[in-house]
Design a protein around this ligand. Sequence first.
Ligand SMILES: [Zn+2]
Length: 266
Amino acid sequence: MEWFRRWRRARVLKQVEIDPRLWRAAVDRYPFTRLLSQPELERLRELAVLFLHEKAIHGAGGMTVREEVRVAIALQACILILDLGLEFYRGWVEVIVYPDEFVAEYDYVDEAGVAHHVEQAMSGESWERGPVILSWADAQEGGQGYGYNVVIHEFAHKLDMLNGEPNGFPPLHAGMQRASWANAFAAAYEDFCRKVDDGYQTEIDEYAAESPAEFFAVMSEAFFESPEAVRGAYPDVYAQLALFYRQDPGARLARGVADERARPAA
Ligand SMILES: [Zn+2]
């Protein structure tokens, strides 16, 4: 059915457009897209068109999902799969957007056998084979260059869930070594948790210390938003992420800075 999918997608790309003004505004808004080459930017736009065609984005809690919200979510979701393809978001269709933090409720039984009911305010959540849920207020904090980006964070969980429960170990590509991934991430996670315990101010969001799954998601946010922070602190993790995402945002950034310097002053 591969030919059919390709045919259908080519047809969608011919028939569906993103309002060029909204697209331009979204590209300008996020630093990680500003440095893409022209062919990369075109690929990102095509992926965003297909993403919007194949996924349903619904508002909840009084949220009206305007076209610019859809475009901003699609653009950020697709930066992760720019060199992977939309197949990496297979097996689910829905994105739910709340205007602000939303309350997740769940039940669990602790080690002593006591049942608990928990209500927790969330900025984002991803369900295995289910929806991605986002707080739009929190999503708007992304793209500021601080390494924080809830949309990239939740979609990184989606990639991690391609091979089951999120554990910071997404399915690796042919040619990647499981041991290299495991060693790089285990050493960095241990170091990061120790720094957080010691009250050390880290450039990377402390929430990464929560679990190996959160570590991978937070490192992915930072990889696109502030690649130099990841490369500086954990070069081996940076190298594994570059292999996994098939992108090198740090090099892109360096190239952008060089171009900026080479430009004659106006
Ligand atoms: Zn998370």
